[in-house]
Unconditional design. Structure first.
Length: 405
């Protein structure tokens, strides 16, 4: 049975907007409430470990749900899974805002993370549905520029909203964004999958698809890149509000400006990514970004090692790292699904699951090692930037040219 073909109104600009909103669900869900995280912890009388669990449990559920939702979208199409997933996301977001305890908040955040999986896994699959690998990387870069704009607004808006109306309002704001994204999908998104796979959910075929994905060297190379790159980002996200507000003494508004600066660096990276792709190709762009990544991560780690503990000691080297992140993520996300035009949902789901599994581990490590200094943040970023450089200069260079599975 074939899906409805894509119609003319799905112009490239509309596709970029839809993809940016879908992928933007993730930073809205994670970044918007970060300025309110210390106040949230105090409001519930919760420790840092429990507060971190509102983020790490969300991301674990996010990763696990992608393993299911990717194949489901291969079987039934992208549109119905998006509509159901975004509807569940909005309901879970409302539940978060009304939670009477930290335990219930963790439950609702877990459900919100599972629903968020529909938006992100399908966004990556849609890129492969509609575009060949090289053009897919450029379209993903354009979409991630839009994500950067959304991320720019998240922390400042979250800080202002939580200061004016309390931390519950910051959680409620995610429901508003989810409802807007749901309306856009319902009104303007046309099915992108040209042919549904009736066997996508059969256990034997599901395992076979996952096995084919996990044994493909191009997938492994780009998944290693996206995982290490997201490891950098999540290390910063999970610890930054405590480090900048509690350790370095910034206000919520000042912390929002820190996040705004990082988002601007990321947007700059996505613009440079498109120029490098045209000039050097995917492997060349990734290799050059790897140099920036390692330089920034090493500078941050060395400064922390010798006892320099200040806002510039984090933000200056981090600017290089986040700029390079704007190259690694579009290249990595599009590259991971490029070999799988017929099972892009399954490939996207495994890629997303691996990234979120790493994030869950990072959240646990940070919860146990945060010591009232900037060192856990700096050393964590140093570690992941070193991993990025190794992957960018070895695996991606050897296996980065996609061949269909």
């Amino acid at each position: 049975m074939t899906a409805k073909p894509v119609v003319a109104r799905m112009s490239p600009s509309l596709v970029v907007l839809i993809l940016a909103m879908l992928i933007g669900v993730q930073p809205v869900t994670t970044d918007l409430y970060l300025p309110a995280l210390p106040a949230l912890s105090a409001g519930f009388g919760a420790g840092m470990g429990q507060a971190q669990l509102t983020l790490s449990a969300l991301l674990l559920a996010f990763g696990l749900s992608q393993l299911v939702l990717g194949p489901v979208s291969d079987r039934f199409g992208r549109r119905p899974v998006l509509l159901c997933g975004l509807s569940a996301y909005v309901m879970a977001a409302i539940g978060c805002a009304l939670s009477p305890s930290i335990e219930m908040l963790i439950v609702w955040r877990t459900l919100q993370g599972a629903a968020m999986g529909a938006a992100v896994v399908i966004a990556r699959a849609v890129v492969r549905d509609l575009y060949a690998p090289a053009e897919g990387a450029r379209m993903m870069s354009r979409s991630l520029t839009g994500l950067g704009v959304i991320a720019c607004l998240c922390a400042p808006v979250g800080g202002l909203v939580s200061d004016a109306f309390g931390w519950r309002a910051a959680l409620a704001a995610t429901a508003v964004f989810g409802a807007l994204t749901l309306a856009l999908v319902a009104l303007r998104f046309d099915e992108s999958l040209s042919q549904r796979d009736p066997d996508a959910l059969r256990a034997r075929d599901l395992v076979a698809n996952w096995s084919a994905v996990l044994h493909h060297p191009t997938f492994l190379a780009f998944t290693a890149l996206t995982t290490a790159s997201y490891g950098v980002l999540f290390t910063f996200l999970a610890s930054s509000s405590f480090v900048f507000i509690q350790v370095l003494g910034l206000s919520k508004t000042q912390y929002g400006l820190v996040m705004l600066w990082n988002s601007l660096c990321y947007i700059g990276g996505t613009f440079v990514c498109r120029r490098w792709l045209a000039r050097y190709g995917v492997r060349g762009a990734v290799a050059r970004a790897g140099f920036l990544t390692l330089t920034g991560g090493t500078l941050m780690g060395v400064l922390a090692l010798v006892g320099v503990q200040s806002v510039p000691a984090i933000l200056v080297p981090l600017a290089l790292v986040i700029f390079a992140h704007g190259v690694h993520q579009p290249c990595g996300q599009s590259g991971a699904v490029a070999p799988f035009p017929r099972t892009a949902g399954s490939a996207s789901s495994v890629n997303g699951f691996v990234m979120m599994l790493a994030a869950f581990g990072i959240g646990g490590w940070l919860g146990a090692h945060m010591d009232g200094s900037t060192r856990p943040l700096a050393f964590g970023i140093w570690f992941w930037t070193s991993c990025i450089a190794v992957v960018a200069w070895t695996l991606v260079q050897r296996f980065g040219e996609p061949n269909e599975a």
